[in-house]
Ligand binder design. Structure first.
Ligand SMILES: [Cu+2]
Length: 449
């Protein structure tokens, strides 16, 4: 392929993962990572093609410099240079890696997302809904992840050296050369891994991350072959489906545990999410190799390093997934993250501390175009009285202020809506108001209905 071939795109700037997650690509919809088994064949092929294309793309080709290591091969090089395992940074560092790789794929094809393999299922018979099972390890030009036993082969055959040692990375130790081969040795039946909720057992980060890393190790071992060794794992694209699931479980732990009634999850707060390990060196140091300290290009080049640690907002904020280990529907966490809600709504919530009378709490309801139908929130004082704040058509905002002590009576906010001349009805209830700090303003912005 010539340098001028239009298929070779120039990756000029590496999008910050958070920006890519927020932009929603071409459609404007939020990026939600889904169970890979529930995708259509067409979606599989699109994701597969983007990964294969990443082996023909390079960082900063326009700067007249390249280390010849493709975006795809770079993932293995990154992993080799750092090996962030068995420590507090394991989860956040791999989140950053997955986010960054997803952002690169979205520069190749804005329509793709790094979906996940539910590792409690046999990838050869993974439930796809409606009683259907699918095989993720299919081969040939219409295949997805290649063989489950032996060399992965077509359609991932361009990513390795066809099994030949000579000229492979294993022979030359050059990250730009392909690995000798991508192999699998998938175990029989479903993996022997804990349930999703057991995998994230642990009230504190330090306990949870050990459980979760163990479950992750078991999933690696189950796939076997290239994924069976930490050293070679990132030579096989399947590793990203596994790591997206790891991240989904980390996100699940952050969002909710059974019985966790706190309105603001401390696990979404960079200052508290890592618990006793908050100030660990690996949490506060700039993540490598993107900080340039390991000599890995392009980040080691002047001006190209990114100094970002595990407490950065873009690392702590979990990406969106279609399903979590716990039900997070209509929790405060779901609103803070603008997760799609049961009735098709998206409502964003934020709390601004210390902006109103220090003895009061203000509730604000706002709507944005195209949400035009009547919306309302009933705000009870827990003593038999209540106020309704409502929007309708051009009335885009309404508010009410209560004394903080009236808010802290164990009552719930009741969300109503009407649509297409339908009856006004209750759609959601939201409790845990006792934790709203006096002096705060709570804004609910109804983004979609
Ligand atoms: Cu891993």
């Amino acid at each position: 392929m010539s340098e001028n071939d239009t298929r070779v795109k120039t990756i000029q700037a590496i999008a910050e993962p958070a920006a890519a997650l927020e932009s929603g690509g071409s459609s404007g919809a939020p990026v939600v990572r889904r169970n890979i088994a529930t995708l259509s064949q067409g979606e599989w092929i699109r994701l597969r093609d983007a990964i294969v294309a990443a082996d023909r793309e390079f960082f900063y080709r326009d700067l007249n410099y390249t280390d010849r290591v493709s975006l795809w091969d770079k993932q293995d090089e990154i992993h080799q240079a750092t090996h962030v395992h068995n420590g507090p940074a394991f989860l956040p560092w791999h989140r950053e890696l997955v986010n960054r790789f997803e952002a690169l794929l979205r520069q190749i094809d804005p329509g793709v997302t790094l979906h996940y393999w539910d590792w409690t299922t046999d990838p050869r018979h993974s439930p796809a809904g409606q009683g259907r099972n699918v095989n993720l390890f299919t081969t040939g030009v219409d295949g997805f992840m290649g063989n489950a036993q032996g060399r992965a082969d077509v359609p991932l055959d361009t990513l390795d050296n066809g099994g030949t040692l000579a000229g492979s990375r294993d022979d030359t130790h050059e990250p730009a050369d392909p690995p000798r081969e991508i192999t699998r040795q998938v175990g029989s039946g479903a993996p022997d891994v804990p349930s999703d909720t057991d995998a994230i057992d642990g009230a504190d980060f330090a306990t949870m991350r050990l459980n979760l890393e163990d479950a992750h190790n078991a999933a690696h071992g189950y796939i076997g072959g290239t994924l069976g060794t930490a050293h070679s794992s990132f030579e096989d694209p399947f590793v990203f489906l596994l790591h997206s699931n790891l991240d989904r479980l980390f996100a699940s732990w952050q969002l909710r545990r059974i019985g966790d009634k706190r309105y603001v999850s401390p696990r979404l707060d960079p200052g508290t999410v890592y618990g006793t390990e908050t100030n660990d060196q690996s949490i506060v140091a700039a993540m490598e190799p993107w900080a340039g300290g390991t000599g890995t290009k392009p980040w080691s080049e002047p001006g190209l390093a990114t100094l970002k640690h595990c407490r950065d907002r873009t690392v702590v904020d979990p990406p969106l997934y279609d399903k979590y280990a716990y039900d997070v529907t209509f929790s405060w966490a779901a609103l803070f993250l603008s997760l799609p809600l049961e009735d098709g709504d998206v409502i964003y919530a934020r709390i601004d501390d210390g902006v109103v009378d220090p003895a009061a709490v203000e509730f604000v309801l706002e709507t944005v175009t195209p949400v035009d139908w009547w919306k309302a929130i009933r705000v009870p004082d827990g003593l038999g009285n209540s106020w309704l704040i409502e929007t309708d058509g051009n009335k885009r905002s309404d508010r009410v202020t209560l004394w903080a002590e009236q808010v802290h009576n164990g009552q719930q906010l009741i969300f109503h809506k009407a649509k297409q001349w339908g009856a006004k009805r209750i759609v959601y209830r939201l409790g845990d108001l006792d934790r709203l700090p006096p002096g705060s303003r709570v804004t609910f912005r109804w983004l979609k209905d």
